[in-house]
Design a protein around this ligand. Structure first.
Ligand code: AMP
Length: 355
């Protein structure tokens, strides 16, 4: 089993805020990180001198990067499958290529989740407007059409309630393969962030309730409205998924909590997750440190929560109010140069004594 000792280098594919917070956590443990990003001015480049700026399919640069690193991990999960297997031939990847390939495609992901006996929204593989119209009937006339790959924060998604809507959305997707999901009338949304170590040990954080606005996470609240039984069930779901994928690292499972109390799996993120940012202040070991520990082959840290927390994202121009935000709680700003509409610029976590 690969163990990265202090002084060793962890390669991180992707240079956004998740990579930045992973690099900062690694530094605390005396580990170095090398960031690989296809964009020049990314948040993670500001916190580590070891960096590669090259395309995600640039094999010469990927090979140089792999040679420098002791182990490679991801904060960006959409590396093409061919590049994933190429990298896997050069260095230990944690999580492994199978976890990424399974979760990159909504159809493969949902079929995998169902094969574990876990519930999801009903879904159909859609290749044409006719198929979408047919599936819509089965779903009672309402659904969400989603591209199978590369969708996030509501991108590549369209609410559908007629055959015309479906045809229009498919045109917008420019022929990208899609699935049609039944519209879920959930009570609220939640997620569970958990880790599996290189030796198979497992640790899960308390699952927060998540509030979305315009498809973007607005806030995570812990404890939220989940009952103790639902919190336990969410952790069991994460463990079932992590074990089936032989997963190493932190993963997040997004959940719909139904009015009858049932939990449906919406999506698996094979990485640290926005709904786990509160663990930086409210837990002995944050999700970022936990991921670094897992991929470095170290013992996992203690995920116990010692405070109640509300994490709120700072989106777009909201970052202009940094002074009052800094007064209001634990402020994290990601160092992004431009506050574009809908862009996550930072987050604030506010703690209260544990209830
Ligand atoms: P996703 O990209 O699949 O995580 O979807 C983003 C957000 O859209 C979710 O967090 C939900 O708020 C909403 N959403 C996605 N799928 C469904 C669904 N089948 N039914 C109702 N809302 C959904």
């Amino acid at each position: 089993m690969t163990v990265v000792k202090p002084g060793g280098i962890i390669g991180i594919i992707g240079g956004g805020q998740l990579g930045r917070m992973l690099a900062m956590a690694a530094a605390r443990l005396g580990l170095k990180t090398c960031i690989y990003s296809d964009e020049p001015h990314v948040p993670a480049f500001q916190v580590t001198p070891l960096q590669a700026h090259a395309a995600y399919d640039d094999r010469a640069n990927l090979a140089g990067f792999a040679q420098l690193c002791d182990v490679i991990t991801f904060e960006f999960e959409n590396l093409p499958a061919e590049e994933l297997s190429y990298l896997a031939g050069l260095r230990t990847l944690r999580p492994g290529p199978r976890a990424l390939e399974t979760t990159q495609d909504r159809l493969t992901e949902k079929s995998f989740v169902q094969s574990l006996g876990l519930a999801t929204a009903p879904f159909f593989d859609i290749a044409s407007a006719d198929e979408a119209a047919q599936a819509l009937k089965t779903l009672g006339g309402r659904g969400i059409l989603k591209t199978r790959r590369l969708g996030y924060d509501g991108k590549g998604q369209a609410k559908i309630s007629s055959a015309d809507d479906a045809a229009r959305a498919l045109l917008q997707f420019k022929g990208a393969p899609a699935i049609l999901e039944g519209f879920v009338d959930f009570a609220f949304e939640a997620s569970v962030v958990a880790a599996r170590g290189a030796g198979g040990e497992f640790a899960a954080y308390d699952p927060p309730e998540n509030i979305h606005e315009n498809h973007i996470l607005r806030r995570s609240i812990v404890p939220g409205r989940l009952t103790p039984a639902q919190s336990h069930q969410a952790k069991v779901i994460a463990k079932t998924i992590a074990e089936a994928l032989d997963y190493v690292g932190v993963l997040a499972v997004e959940l719909f909590v139904m009015k009858d109390g049932a939990l449906l799996v919406n999506e698996i993120a094979p990485r640290v997750h926005n709904s786990g940012h509160w663990t930086l202040e409210a837990c002995a070991c944050s999700q970022f440190e936990q991921h670094i520990r897992a991929v470095a082959g170290w013992p996992l840290g203690d995920p116990t929560r010692h405070a109640d927390a509300v994490m709120e994202n700072v989106i777009g121009a909201e970052a202009d109010a940094w002074e009052s935000l800094a007064r209001s709680g634990a402020l994290h700003l990601y160092g992004k140069r431009e506050a574009r509409l809908g862009r996550k610029m930072g987050h604030v976590t506010r703690l209260k004594p544990k209830s």
